[in-house]
Write a protein that binds this ligand. Structure first.
Ligand code: ATP
Ligand code: MG
Length: 427
Protein backbone atom coordinates (compact mmCIF):
# COMPACT_ATOMS: atom_id res chain seq x y z
CA UNK A 1 0.00 0.00 0.00
CA UNK A 2 1.48 3.31 -1.07
CA UNK A 3 2.63 5.70 1.65
CA UNK A 4 1.44 9.07 0.37
CA UNK A 5 1.25 12.70 1.42
CA UNK A 6 -2.22 14.10 2.01
CA UNK A 7 -1.73 16.73 -0.70
CA UNK A 8 -1.41 13.97 -3.33
CA UNK A 9 -4.76 12.52 -2.32
CA UNK A 10 -6.40 15.97 -2.43
CA UNK A 11 -4.88 16.50 -5.86
CA UNK A 12 -6.69 13.37 -7.05
CA UNK A 13 -3.53 11.31 -7.64
CA UNK A 14 -4.84 8.23 -5.87
CA UNK A 15 -8.53 8.09 -6.67
CA UNK A 16 -10.05 4.75 -5.58
CA UNK A 17 -6.63 3.45 -4.60
CA UNK A 18 -5.53 2.06 -1.30
CA UNK A 19 -3.22 4.49 0.46
CA UNK A 20 -1.41 4.92 3.75
CA UNK A 21 -1.09 8.35 5.34
CA UNK A 22 0.84 9.38 8.43
CA UNK A 23 0.04 12.40 10.52
CA UNK A 24 -1.92 13.78 13.45
CA UNK A 25 -5.58 13.99 14.42
CA UNK A 26 -6.76 17.57 13.91
CA UNK A 27 -10.45 17.13 14.63
CA UNK A 28 -12.67 14.26 15.57
CA UNK A 29 -16.41 13.82 15.41
CA UNK A 30 -18.04 10.70 16.73
CA UNK A 31 -21.38 9.23 15.72
CA UNK A 32 -22.96 5.94 16.75
CA UNK A 33 -21.82 4.08 13.67
CA UNK A 34 -19.30 6.45 12.08
CA UNK A 35 -16.26 8.37 13.31
CA UNK A 36 -14.90 11.28 11.30
CA UNK A 37 -11.21 12.07 11.74
CA UNK A 38 -9.65 15.11 10.17
CA UNK A 39 -6.04 14.03 9.76
CA UNK A 40 -3.24 16.48 8.97
CA UNK A 41 0.31 16.11 7.77
CA UNK A 42 2.74 18.80 6.62
CA UNK A 43 0.91 19.12 3.31
CA UNK A 44 -2.76 19.40 4.27
CA UNK A 45 -5.85 17.92 5.92
CA UNK A 46 -8.01 15.03 4.86
CA UNK A 47 -11.24 13.67 6.21
CA UNK A 48 -11.05 9.99 7.15
CA UNK A 49 -14.14 7.99 7.99
CA UNK A 50 -14.18 4.90 10.17
CA UNK A 51 -17.23 2.64 10.12
CA UNK A 52 -18.35 0.67 13.13
CA UNK A 53 -17.72 -2.66 11.36
CA UNK A 54 -14.17 -1.64 10.36
CA UNK A 55 -11.22 -3.25 12.16
CA UNK A 56 -10.03 0.35 12.72
CA UNK A 57 -13.05 1.23 14.92
CA UNK A 58 -11.46 0.46 18.30
CA UNK A 59 -8.38 2.54 17.57
CA UNK A 60 -10.46 5.36 16.13
CA UNK A 61 -12.51 5.44 19.32
CA UNK A 62 -9.52 5.90 21.59
CA UNK A 63 -7.76 8.47 19.38
CA UNK A 64 -7.51 11.93 20.91
CA UNK A 65 -6.82 15.31 19.28
CA UNK A 66 -3.15 15.63 18.19
CA UNK A 67 -2.45 11.90 18.52
CA UNK A 68 -0.07 10.71 15.83
CA UNK A 69 -1.14 7.82 13.65
CA UNK A 70 -0.72 5.79 10.54
CA UNK A 71 -3.95 5.16 8.67
CA UNK A 72 -4.67 2.86 5.77
CA UNK A 73 -7.73 3.04 3.59
CA UNK A 74 -9.24 3.82 0.22
CA UNK A 75 -9.09 7.36 -1.20
CA UNK A 76 -12.39 8.43 -2.74
CA UNK A 77 -13.77 11.61 -4.17
CA UNK A 78 -16.52 12.98 -1.93
CA UNK A 79 -18.13 16.37 -2.48
CA UNK A 80 -19.14 16.68 1.18
CA UNK A 81 -15.58 16.26 2.46
CA UNK A 82 -13.36 19.35 2.87
CA UNK A 83 -11.00 19.33 -0.09
CA UNK A 84 -13.27 17.00 -2.06
CA UNK A 85 -11.67 13.70 -1.04
CA UNK A 86 -11.90 11.36 1.87
CA UNK A 87 -10.27 8.15 2.99
CA UNK A 88 -12.37 5.23 4.17
CA UNK A 89 -10.19 3.77 6.88
CA UNK A 90 -9.46 0.09 7.02
CA UNK A 91 -6.79 0.06 9.68
CA UNK A 92 -5.22 2.52 12.08
CA UNK A 93 -1.96 2.31 13.94
CA UNK A 94 -1.89 4.68 16.90
CA UNK A 95 1.70 5.94 17.16
CA UNK A 96 1.53 8.45 20.00
CA UNK A 97 -1.71 8.84 21.94
CA UNK A 98 -1.99 12.50 22.94
CA UNK A 99 -3.04 13.78 26.35
CA UNK A 100 -5.84 16.36 26.44
CA UNK A 101 -4.63 19.04 23.99
CA UNK A 102 -4.75 22.49 25.60
CA UNK A 103 -5.53 24.47 22.44
CA UNK A 104 -9.16 24.19 21.47
CA UNK A 105 -11.39 26.46 19.41
CA UNK A 106 -12.23 30.00 20.56
CA UNK A 107 -9.16 30.69 22.62
CA UNK A 108 -7.68 34.12 23.11
CA UNK A 109 -4.74 35.28 21.04
CA UNK A 110 -2.75 35.76 24.24
CA UNK A 111 -3.32 32.16 25.33
CA UNK A 112 -2.34 30.84 21.91
CA UNK A 113 0.81 32.97 21.82
CA UNK A 114 1.89 31.62 25.19
CA UNK A 115 1.64 28.09 23.78
CA UNK A 116 3.73 28.86 20.74
CA UNK A 117 5.32 25.41 20.64
CA UNK A 118 1.88 23.87 20.15
CA UNK A 119 0.29 26.70 18.12
CA UNK A 120 2.95 26.19 15.44
CA UNK A 121 0.95 23.08 14.47
CA UNK A 122 -1.99 25.24 13.43
CA UNK A 123 -2.84 25.48 9.77
CA UNK A 124 -2.24 29.22 9.83
CA UNK A 125 1.29 28.95 11.16
CA UNK A 126 2.00 26.00 8.87
CA UNK A 127 1.09 28.16 5.85
CA UNK A 128 3.06 31.20 7.03
CA UNK A 129 6.18 29.06 7.63
CA UNK A 130 5.90 27.50 4.19
CA UNK A 131 5.61 30.88 2.50
CA UNK A 132 8.50 32.19 4.60
CA UNK A 133 10.65 29.36 3.26
CA UNK A 134 9.66 30.21 -0.31
CA UNK A 135 10.26 33.93 0.18
CA UNK A 136 13.80 33.16 1.38
CA UNK A 137 14.29 30.92 -1.63
CA UNK A 138 12.96 33.50 -4.12
CA UNK A 139 15.21 36.12 -2.54
CA UNK A 140 18.26 33.89 -2.89
CA UNK A 141 17.29 33.04 -6.47
CA UNK A 142 17.20 36.71 -7.33
CA UNK A 143 20.54 37.57 -5.72
CA UNK A 144 22.17 34.56 -7.40
CA UNK A 145 20.68 35.48 -10.78
CA UNK A 146 22.42 38.86 -10.45
CA UNK A 147 25.80 37.20 -9.69
CA UNK A 148 25.80 37.84 -5.94
CA UNK A 149 27.67 35.49 -3.60
CA UNK A 150 26.03 34.51 -0.32
CA UNK A 151 28.35 35.02 2.64
CA UNK A 152 28.20 34.19 6.35
CA UNK A 153 28.90 37.14 8.66
CA UNK A 154 29.61 36.82 12.41
CA UNK A 155 26.97 37.30 15.11
CA UNK A 156 29.48 38.18 17.88
CA UNK A 157 30.98 41.58 17.23
CA UNK A 158 33.35 43.86 19.09
CA UNK A 159 32.08 47.31 18.03
CA UNK A 160 28.65 48.74 17.39
CA UNK A 161 27.62 49.15 13.77
CA UNK A 162 25.34 52.04 14.61
CA UNK A 163 24.29 53.70 17.84
CA UNK A 164 24.77 51.84 21.07
CA UNK A 165 21.26 52.19 22.43
CA UNK A 166 19.84 49.09 20.81
CA UNK A 167 22.90 46.89 21.31
CA UNK A 168 22.82 43.66 23.27
CA UNK A 169 26.02 43.28 25.20
CA UNK A 170 27.29 39.92 26.38
CA UNK A 171 30.12 38.31 28.29
CA UNK A 172 32.54 36.63 25.93
CA UNK A 173 34.98 34.79 28.21
CA UNK A 174 36.53 37.76 30.01
CA UNK A 175 35.67 40.35 27.36
CA UNK A 176 32.56 42.35 26.59
CA UNK A 177 31.13 41.80 23.15
CA UNK A 178 27.84 42.55 21.38
CA UNK A 179 25.35 40.76 19.21
CA UNK A 180 25.34 42.14 15.69
CA UNK A 181 22.70 44.70 14.67
CA UNK A 182 23.51 44.44 10.99
CA UNK A 183 26.08 42.63 8.87
CA UNK A 184 26.70 45.62 6.66
CA UNK A 185 30.26 46.43 7.72
CA UNK A 186 31.28 42.80 7.22
CA UNK A 187 29.70 42.70 3.78
CA UNK A 188 31.68 45.85 3.01
CA UNK A 189 34.89 43.92 3.77
CA UNK A 190 33.88 41.13 1.44
CA UNK A 191 33.07 43.28 -1.62
CA UNK A 192 36.83 43.82 -2.04
CA UNK A 193 37.15 40.13 -2.77
CA UNK A 194 33.79 38.94 -4.08
CA UNK A 195 32.29 42.23 -5.31
CA UNK A 196 28.53 41.52 -5.10
CA UNK A 197 27.70 39.88 -1.77
CA UNK A 198 24.59 39.21 0.30
CA UNK A 199 23.49 37.44 3.41
CA UNK A 200 20.26 36.40 5.10
CA UNK A 201 21.20 36.30 8.75
CA UNK A 202 19.89 37.28 12.18
CA UNK A 203 20.27 40.81 13.52
CA UNK A 204 19.67 41.71 17.14
CA UNK A 205 18.18 44.94 18.47
CA UNK A 206 17.48 45.75 22.08
CA UNK A 207 14.24 47.49 21.12
CA UNK A 208 12.27 48.37 24.21
CA UNK A 209 9.28 49.74 22.35
CA UNK A 210 6.45 47.33 21.77
CA UNK A 211 5.21 47.79 18.24
CA UNK A 212 3.74 45.58 15.55
CA UNK A 213 6.99 45.82 13.56
CA UNK A 214 9.84 45.30 16.05
CA UNK A 215 11.46 42.09 17.20
CA UNK A 216 14.64 41.84 19.24
CA UNK A 217 15.94 39.12 16.91
CA UNK A 218 15.01 39.27 13.24
CA UNK A 219 16.29 37.97 9.93
CA UNK A 220 18.03 40.58 7.91
CA UNK A 221 18.50 40.28 4.18
CA UNK A 222 21.46 42.46 3.26
CA UNK A 223 23.29 43.16 0.01
CA UNK A 224 26.38 45.20 -0.74
CA UNK A 225 28.26 45.81 -3.96
CA UNK A 226 30.94 48.06 -5.52
CA UNK A 227 31.01 50.30 -8.61
CA UNK A 228 27.37 51.28 -8.13
CA UNK A 229 25.31 54.37 -7.35
CA UNK A 230 21.94 55.24 -5.83
CA UNK A 231 20.11 54.57 -9.03
CA UNK A 232 21.60 51.08 -9.28
CA UNK A 233 20.63 50.50 -5.67
CA UNK A 234 16.98 51.51 -6.06
CA UNK A 235 16.66 49.54 -9.27
CA UNK A 236 18.06 46.45 -7.64
CA UNK A 237 15.82 46.74 -4.59
CA UNK A 238 12.65 47.22 -6.61
CA UNK A 239 13.49 44.34 -8.92
CA UNK A 240 14.20 42.10 -5.94
CA UNK A 241 10.91 43.07 -4.33
CA UNK A 242 8.93 42.59 -7.54
CA UNK A 243 10.56 39.19 -8.07
CA UNK A 244 9.74 38.02 -4.55
CA UNK A 245 6.13 39.23 -4.72
CA UNK A 246 5.40 37.90 -8.19
CA UNK A 247 7.00 34.53 -7.53
CA UNK A 248 5.05 34.20 -4.31
CA UNK A 249 1.80 35.12 -6.08
CA UNK A 250 2.51 32.54 -8.74
CA UNK A 251 3.98 29.66 -6.75
CA UNK A 252 2.16 30.01 -3.42
CA UNK A 253 -1.32 30.84 -4.70
CA UNK A 254 -3.21 28.11 -2.79
CA UNK A 255 -1.42 28.97 0.46
CA UNK A 256 -2.08 32.70 0.01
CA UNK A 257 -5.73 32.08 -0.74
CA UNK A 258 -6.12 29.85 2.28
CA UNK A 259 -4.61 32.63 4.41
CA UNK A 260 -7.09 35.08 2.90
CA UNK A 261 -4.39 37.19 1.25
CA UNK A 262 -5.33 39.06 -1.90
CA UNK A 263 -3.01 37.45 -4.45
CA UNK A 264 -3.39 40.37 -6.87
CA UNK A 265 -1.78 42.69 -4.31
CA UNK A 266 1.45 40.70 -4.76
CA UNK A 267 1.07 39.94 -8.46
CA UNK A 268 0.71 43.65 -9.17
CA UNK A 269 4.03 44.66 -7.57
CA UNK A 270 5.85 45.89 -10.66
CA UNK A 271 8.83 48.13 -11.34
CA UNK A 272 9.49 51.03 -11.35
CA UNK A 273 8.38 51.96 -7.83
CA UNK A 274 7.30 55.52 -7.06
CA UNK A 275 10.15 57.59 -5.61
CA UNK A 276 9.90 60.72 -3.50
CA UNK A 277 12.56 62.70 -1.70
CA UNK A 278 12.54 63.14 2.04
CA UNK A 279 11.88 66.88 1.50
CA UNK A 280 8.82 66.07 -0.63
CA UNK A 281 7.64 63.63 2.01
CA UNK A 282 7.90 66.28 4.73
CA UNK A 283 6.01 68.75 2.59
CA UNK A 284 3.24 66.25 1.88
CA UNK A 285 2.95 65.30 5.54
CA UNK A 286 2.73 68.94 6.60
CA UNK A 287 -0.04 69.49 4.06
CA UNK A 288 -1.84 66.63 5.71
CA UNK A 289 -1.54 68.28 9.10
CA UNK A 290 1.66 66.76 10.53
CA UNK A 291 3.83 69.08 12.62
CA UNK A 292 7.23 67.66 11.70
CA UNK A 293 9.80 69.86 10.00
CA UNK A 294 12.80 69.32 7.73
CA UNK A 295 15.45 67.49 9.75
CA UNK A 296 13.09 65.37 11.86
CA UNK A 297 13.12 61.62 11.37
CA UNK A 298 9.93 60.14 9.95
CA UNK A 299 7.97 58.30 12.61
CA UNK A 300 5.82 55.23 12.17
CA UNK A 301 2.64 57.33 11.84
CA UNK A 302 4.29 59.55 9.20
CA UNK A 303 5.40 56.50 7.24
CA UNK A 304 1.90 55.04 7.37
CA UNK A 305 0.37 58.29 6.16
CA UNK A 306 2.79 58.42 3.22
CA UNK A 307 2.15 54.78 2.38
CA UNK A 308 -1.60 55.40 2.21
CA UNK A 309 -0.89 57.82 -0.64
CA UNK A 310 0.68 55.12 -2.75
CA UNK A 311 -1.04 51.94 -1.56
CA UNK A 312 1.99 49.89 -2.67
CA UNK A 313 5.78 49.76 -2.11
CA UNK A 314 7.68 53.00 -2.80
CA UNK A 315 10.95 54.77 -2.00
CA UNK A 316 11.79 57.81 0.10
CA UNK A 317 15.36 59.01 -0.54
CA UNK A 318 17.77 61.84 0.29
CA UNK A 319 17.33 61.92 4.06
CA UNK A 320 19.11 64.55 6.17
CA UNK A 321 22.65 63.48 6.96
CA UNK A 322 22.18 64.35 10.63
CA UNK A 323 19.67 61.52 11.22
CA UNK A 324 21.76 58.92 9.38
CA UNK A 325 24.61 56.67 10.50
CA UNK A 326 28.27 57.70 10.23
CA UNK A 327 29.01 55.57 7.17
CA UNK A 328 26.45 57.33 4.91
CA UNK A 329 27.90 59.12 1.93
CA UNK A 330 26.50 62.57 1.22
CA UNK A 331 25.78 64.56 -1.92
CA UNK A 332 29.12 66.16 -2.90
CA UNK A 333 27.50 69.60 -3.32
CA UNK A 334 25.00 69.23 -0.43
CA UNK A 335 26.71 67.59 2.56
CA UNK A 336 23.55 68.03 4.64
CA UNK A 337 21.78 65.43 2.51
CA UNK A 338 22.71 61.75 2.69
CA UNK A 339 22.64 59.34 -0.22
CA UNK A 340 20.18 57.08 1.51
CA UNK A 341 16.89 55.43 0.68
CA UNK A 342 14.14 53.61 2.53
CA UNK A 343 11.54 51.34 1.00
CA UNK A 344 8.13 51.77 2.58
CA UNK A 345 4.97 49.68 2.33
CA UNK A 346 1.39 50.26 3.49
CA UNK A 347 0.53 49.61 7.14
CA UNK A 348 4.08 48.56 8.12
CA UNK A 349 6.07 51.59 6.92
CA UNK A 350 9.82 51.10 6.45
CA UNK A 351 10.91 47.64 5.32
CA UNK A 352 14.40 48.49 4.08
CA UNK A 353 17.14 51.05 4.43
CA UNK A 354 20.01 51.43 2.01
CA UNK A 355 22.44 53.90 0.62
CA UNK A 356 25.84 54.78 -0.71
CA UNK A 357 28.66 54.30 1.81
CA UNK A 358 31.31 56.97 2.42
CA UNK A 359 34.39 55.78 0.52
CA UNK A 360 36.72 58.68 1.36
CA UNK A 361 38.87 57.95 4.43
CA UNK A 362 39.18 61.52 5.69
CA UNK A 363 35.49 62.31 5.29
CA UNK A 364 34.67 59.09 7.09
CA UNK A 365 36.95 59.92 10.03
CA UNK A 366 35.34 63.35 10.26
CA UNK A 367 31.86 61.80 10.34
CA UNK A 368 32.86 59.27 12.99
CA UNK A 369 34.21 62.03 15.22
CA UNK A 370 31.25 64.31 14.61
CA UNK A 371 29.00 61.56 15.88
CA UNK A 372 30.97 61.26 19.11
CA UNK A 373 32.47 57.89 18.14
CA UNK A 374 36.16 56.97 18.30
CA UNK A 375 37.96 56.53 14.98
CA UNK A 376 40.34 53.98 16.54
CA UNK A 377 37.38 51.64 17.10
CA UNK A 378 36.93 51.51 13.34
CA UNK A 379 40.52 50.84 12.23
CA UNK A 380 39.67 47.83 10.10
CA UNK A 381 36.78 49.71 8.52
CA UNK A 382 39.10 52.61 7.67
CA UNK A 383 41.56 50.14 6.12
CA UNK A 384 38.92 49.42 3.49
CA UNK A 385 39.24 53.08 2.45
CA UNK A 386 43.05 52.96 2.63
CA UNK A 387 43.52 50.04 0.29
CA UNK A 388 41.70 50.33 -3.02
CA UNK A 389 38.64 52.25 -1.91
CA UNK A 390 35.67 52.06 -4.25
CA UNK A 391 32.22 53.65 -4.47
CA UNK A 392 29.70 51.14 -3.18
CA UNK A 393 26.10 50.77 -2.09
CA UNK A 394 24.08 48.38 -0.02
CA UNK A 395 20.82 47.83 1.81
CA UNK A 396 19.14 45.78 4.50
CA UNK A 397 15.58 44.49 4.49
CA UNK A 398 13.81 42.88 7.44
CA UNK A 399 12.43 39.53 6.34
CA UNK A 400 9.66 39.54 8.95
CA UNK A 401 8.53 43.06 8.06
CA UNK A 402 8.39 41.99 4.44
CA UNK A 403 6.29 38.95 5.35
CA UNK A 404 4.05 40.96 7.65
CA UNK A 405 3.19 43.18 4.72
CA UNK A 406 2.92 40.41 2.13
CA UNK A 407 0.69 38.21 4.29
CA UNK A 408 -1.35 40.96 6.00
CA UNK A 409 -0.09 39.78 9.40
CA UNK A 410 -1.43 41.90 12.23
CA UNK A 411 1.84 41.62 14.11
CA UNK A 412 5.41 40.84 13.04
CA UNK A 413 5.64 38.09 15.66
CA UNK A 414 3.62 35.79 13.44
CA UNK A 415 6.20 36.00 10.65
CA UNK A 416 8.80 34.01 12.60
CA UNK A 417 8.37 30.67 14.38
CA UNK A 418 9.96 31.66 17.69
CA UNK A 419 9.54 35.42 18.13
CA UNK A 420 11.84 37.30 20.49
CA UNK A 421 10.51 40.51 21.98
CA UNK A 422 10.98 42.28 25.33
CA UNK A 423 8.54 39.80 26.86
CA UNK A 424 8.79 36.73 24.67
CA UNK A 425 11.74 34.33 24.68
CA UNK A 426 10.07 31.00 25.55
CA UNK A 427 10.36 28.35 24.26
P1 ATP B 1 13.05 51.38 12.73
O1 ATP B 1 13.33 52.84 12.59
O2 ATP B 1 11.75 50.95 12.13
O3 ATP B 1 13.25 50.83 14.11
P2 ATP B 1 15.67 51.12 11.62
O4 ATP B 1 15.69 52.21 10.63
O5 ATP B 1 16.29 51.29 12.94
O6 ATP B 1 14.14 50.62 11.83
P3 ATP B 1 17.56 49.71 10.03
O7 ATP B 1 18.74 49.83 10.89
O8 ATP B 1 17.40 50.61 8.88
O9 ATP B 1 16.26 49.79 10.95
O10 ATP B 1 17.43 48.17 9.60
C1 ATP B 1 17.16 47.74 8.27
C2 ATP B 1 15.85 46.99 8.20
O11 ATP B 1 15.78 45.97 9.18
C3 ATP B 1 14.64 47.86 8.51
O12 ATP B 1 14.24 48.57 7.37
C4 ATP B 1 13.61 46.82 8.93
O13 ATP B 1 13.04 46.17 7.82
C5 ATP B 1 14.45 45.80 9.65
N1 ATP B 1 14.42 46.01 11.09
C6 ATP B 1 15.09 46.92 11.81
N2 ATP B 1 14.85 46.81 13.12
C7 ATP B 1 13.98 45.76 13.25
C8 ATP B 1 13.37 45.12 14.35
N3 ATP B 1 13.61 45.52 15.59
N4 ATP B 1 12.56 44.07 14.12
C9 ATP B 1 12.33 43.65 12.85
N5 ATP B 1 12.88 44.20 11.76
C10 ATP B 1 13.70 45.25 11.95
MG1 MG C 1 16.17 52.22 8.67
Amino acid sequence: MALVKIREVLDGCHENEKVTVRGWVYRKREGKTLIFLLVRDATGFIQCTVKKDSPAWGDAERLTIESSLKLEGTAKPDKRAPGGYEITAESIEVIGLAELFPITKDQSEQFIRDLRHLWLRSRRMNLVMKIRDKVMQFSRDFFESQDFTEVSPPMFISAAVEGGSTLFGLKYFDQNLYLTQSSQLYLEILIYSLEKVYCIAPSFRAEKSRTIRHLTEYWHMEGEWPFADMNDLMRFEEELMAHICQQTAEKCKPELEELGVDVSKLASVKTPFPRMTYAEAVELLRKKGATLKWGDDLGYEDEKTLAEEFGKPFFVYDYPTAIKAFYCKTHSDRPEIALSVDMLVPRIGEISTGGAREDDKDKLIKRIEEMGLKAEDYEWYLDLRRYGTVPHVGFGMGLERLLAWMLDLENIIDAIPFPRTTRRFYP
